[in-house]
Design a protein around this ligand. Structure first.
Ligand SMILES: [Zn+2]
Ligand SMILES: [Zn+2]
Length: 386
């Protein structure tokens, strides 16, 4: 068995005993992610939208600094004027850092299994004859008890694992993500266990930044009114940049402010966006709700677990470059990877055992909601664009 050596600082390729170059994990990654700086940063496949998001923050902040904050430096006493400028620059940089912390790190991806789990592990009553038809032995769903409430967990065909509670497969990134919240097209990354805190802080900070710019644009207009003894409209006409910024931040704050409030509600009730969309009509108890204080502690004051992936680790060539096995589990052995990657509900057709699959779903009590088989398709756009 080949052991992956610890990742090295240099990005140079190493050769194994046979003279073959062993790739790094990120080079043979099977999800749809894109990596930067040789696997040090991981983004979703839509990472390009990050540039738009950054532009939508940097551009108004720059306009504010040049056309408003710089003028306010003259209107206020020395220190106050400088403070307005420094706070704008520092807060914008802080906001961008939070954005990169949200989108550039592992959101909580569960590494794929190379082969399906052994049915024996889950079904003690398996008999020898069943080896011929292992596909009928792996249950699609399993029950686990969380805080005294039964929670169903699903088997992921793509990752070949039973998803832990709250984990879902993002159809955009093609990974199972722990405490999956949604895939945010604005940050170009899944929001999950390891970046939800930063995501919320980013959205909240952006809301504050909008308020800040909005307020000081009005302060500047008031200063012009007082200095030149003119009415508001004339003062506004003298600073078109302020008008643009007031309109821009007024519109933006409805989106980011709305999202902040929505996530404040989700945090206080310990729900993810995915759970909120999927179970909104259910009257089942939320097993994760520990009370408002504990829920907030869980999101903001617990240590974030380390990543389960080492994207820079060397992987065995045969493991990394060969297509993954698709046989086993409850899929027919001749299924290709393309079929494997289809999500759970639709895959029932590919099995050729439609009725059996339908029974599974009925037994499992699955809802035919729009989000049901589109794990990961809940995105910011469904709420309000971030
Ligand atoms: Zn998965
Ligand atoms: Zn995703």
């Amino acid at each position: 068995m080949y052991d992956a050596p610890p990742p090295r600082a240099s990005g140079s390729a190493t050769a194994n005993a046979a003279g073959l170059v062993t790739p790094r994990s990120y080079q043979v990654w099977e999800g749809s992610n894109v990596f930067f700086l040789k696997g040090r940063f991981i983004f979703g496949p839509d990472a390009r939208s990050l540039f738009l998001t950054m532009f939508l923050i940097i551009a108004p902040a720059a306009i504010f600094c040049v056309f408003v904050a710089r003028k306010l430096m003259d209107k206020f006493s020395h220190h106050t004027g400088i403070c307005i400028m420094v706070i704008t620059v520092a807060f914008t940089l802080y906001d961008l850092c939070l954005l990169l912390l949200t989108s550039g790190r592992d959101p909580g991806i569960i590494p794929r299994n190379l082969k399906p789990p052994e049915p024996e592990d889950f079904d003690g009553s398996i008999d020898v004859g069943s080896i011929q038809t292992p596909q009928l032995r792996l249950p699609r769903m399993k029950d686990v008890i969380i805080n005294g409430i039964i929670v169903k967990i699903k088997y992921c065909d793509t990752c070949m694992l039973y998803r832990p509670p709250r984990c879902s497969h993002c159809s955009i990134c093609n990974n199972c993500v722990e405490r999956f919240d949604h895939h945010c097209p604005w940050v170009g990354q899944c929001i999950g266990l390891r970046n939800y805190r930063f995501f919320y802080m980013f959205v909240f900070s952006t809301t504050l930044l909008c308020f800040y710019v909005f307020v000081f644009c009005w302060v500047y207009i008031k200063k012009i009114m007082d200095a030149e003894e003119i009415n508001m409209w004339r003062a506004m006409a003298k600073t078109p940049a302020s008008i643009v910024l007031i309109i821009y931040t007024f519109i933006a704050v409805w989106f980011v402010g709305g999202l902040s409030v929505f996530h404040l509600y989700l945090i206080s009730t310990n729900q993810t966006t995915y759970e909120n969309f999927r179970y909104r009509y259910d009257r089942r108890a939320n097993p994760y709700n520990l009370g408002v204080v504990e829920n907030f502690k869980e999101i903001f004051f617990t240590s974030i677990p380390p990543s389960k992936n080492n994207f820079r680790a060397r992987v065995p060539q045969e493991q990394g470059l060969q297509p993954r096995q698709s046989a086993g589990g409850f899929m027919s052995p001749n299924m290709g990877k393309g079929v494997v990657d289809i999500e759970v509900g639709r895959k029932a057709m590919a099995w050729g055992e439609h009725e059996a699959a339908a029974c599974f779903d009925i037994e499992a009590g699955l809802r035919n909601e729009a989000t049901d088989d589109k794990d990961g398709s809940v995105d910011c756009s469904n709420l309000s664009r971030t």
